[in-house]
Design a protein around this ligand. Structure first.
Ligand code: CA
Length: 224
């Protein structure tokens, strides 16, 4: 998996690169928007991590150009905590996800894995873990072949857990993924617990797949 990092804060870019290299991704840095766009257009990447405020061309201009050129490479935008409108605009321009600076390493990796899996599974659309299945085309969960009826939010949580299966996902990461910036973090993380409870109830015999990892979050894992 080859990842491009476009970020003018060189130390941050190199930190991200180091983290990704540790996880055995190939990762390259460029430090301005002009080089970023040129690299993205001429080389083939599986994912781009794109800062918004860049010298040369800004992140919005880059993503707009990529999408106009028909490139559907997944893009995670990096935005400053204070710039809510940047996230909205980034998603409108065609970004797949965003991270607010400063972010924790596990958050970054969860987003990266989520987008890379989504990309690799578009063609098959059915993810499987034991007897539990998620059909991302039909947006439906099945257990032992039986459909499990979920609300859109419950489905979104389960899908995010599926993309990160066998790994712990923090409540914050789930909340940001499902609700974005629609409410404060305290409310969101409590919402996560409520929705997980409901999700487990609906999963019935498959409830044990959604495991609580005390103090850390949740993990989708086949029960032993
Ligand atoms: Ca910047």
């Amino acid at each position: 998996m080859r990842i491009l990092i476009v970020e003018d804060e060189e130390s941050l870019a190199q930190n991200i690169q180091r983290i990704l290299l540790n996880e055995n991704y190939k990762a390259e840095c460029v430090y301005n928007g002009t080089d970023g766009l040129e690299q993205a257009l001429t080389e083939e990447y599986d994912l781009i991590i794109l800062d918004v405020m860049l010298p040369g061309k800004d992140g919005f201009e880059i993503i707009r150009t990529l999408r106009r050129e028909g490139l559907d490479v997944p893009v995670i935008m990096l935005t400053a905590r204070s710039q809510v409108e940047d996230k909205v605009r980034g998603l409108d321009e065609g970004a797949d996800d965003y991270l607010t600076k400063p972010f924790a390493v596990p958050e970054l990796l969860a987003r990266v894995r989520s987008l890379l899996r989504r990309k690799s599974e578009v063609s098959t659309s059915v993810m499987q873990l034991g007897a539990l299945e998620l059909d991302t085309a039909a947006r439906q969960a099945r257990f032992n072949g039986q459909a499990v009826m979920l609300t859109p939010k419950e489905y979104a949580i389960l899908e995010f857990l599926f993309y990160n299966k066998n790994r712990v996902v923090s409540r914050l990461s789930i909340a940001e993924h499902v609700w974005g910036d629609q409410m404060d973090l305290f409310t969101m993380t409590n919402f996560v617990d409520v929705h997980i409870k409901n999700l487990r109830k609906k999963l019935g015999d498959a409830a044990a797949y959604v495991q609580t990892v005390r103090g850390l979050g949740y993990m989708l894992k086949e029960p032993t």
